[in-house]
Design a protein around this ligand. Structure first.
Ligand SMILES: [Zn+2]
Ligand SMILES: [Zn+2]
Length: 181
């Protein structure tokens, strides 16, 4: 494990959130899709189930995406801003069968605020441990999905949406084509 369990889970959730706003397809088009995302990434706490809630989650995505693209100083600015504007207050809590972990917002804070702060708290760890290079953009042409590389040898180049397979198929075809000439 590269980071603490809750940090790794939060990074995965943040990346997944960024990737819902893909280049070709909106994967959080409505509240039902947000419900599914909420459950899939084991979010807990209060929900508003309003269009405003969905909109604020959409608005968080480009700010988080910058973290995958920006240099360290800008990442720090974004992280500090997210923590400041949410009045983050770290507290150890235990709930839903999880061992003690950090929450920095009350469970009745708006969903987008909780998402922002959870991502920011995880990013604090990433920056402090000098591991920002583990946050990368998928190398498959025109994919644009963000990737969290938690491999030992930092070898993850593609996102989990099938780009690794597509790249392998392309490489295979290229080798076959080259062999024919
Ligand atoms: Zn929790
Ligand atoms: Zn990809």
């Amino acid at each position: 494990m590269v980071f603490a369990h809750d940090t790794e889970a939060a990074l995965a959730a943040a990346a997944a959130l960024v990737n819902t706003g893909g280049r070709t397809e909106e994967k959080l088009p409505d509240l039902a899709a947000l419900d599914e995302f909420f459950t899939a990434y084991k979010w807990t706490g209060r929900r508003a189930h309003t269009p405003a809630e969905l909109r604020s989650v959409w608005e968080l995505r480009p700010r988080l995406r910058r973290v995958w693209e920006a240099g360290e100083d800008e990442v720090v600015e974004i992280v500090n801003e997210l923590l400041r504007e949410s009045n983050a207050l770290p507290q150890l809590v235990r709930h839903d069968g999880w061992p003690y972990h950090l929450h920095a917002t009350p469970s009745d804070a708006p969903l987008a605020t909780r998402m922002a702060v959870e991502a920011a708290m995880a990013l604090v760890d990433v920056v402090r441990e000098g591991q920002l290079d583990r946050l990368r953009v998928c190398e498959f042409p025109d994919c644009g999905n963000v990737v969290v590389d938690l491999t030992k040898n930092r070898s993850k180049r593609f996102c989990d949406a099938g780009c690794g397979n597509r790249a392998a198929v392309n490489a295979y075809r290229a080798r076959k084509a080259a062999a024919r000439h």
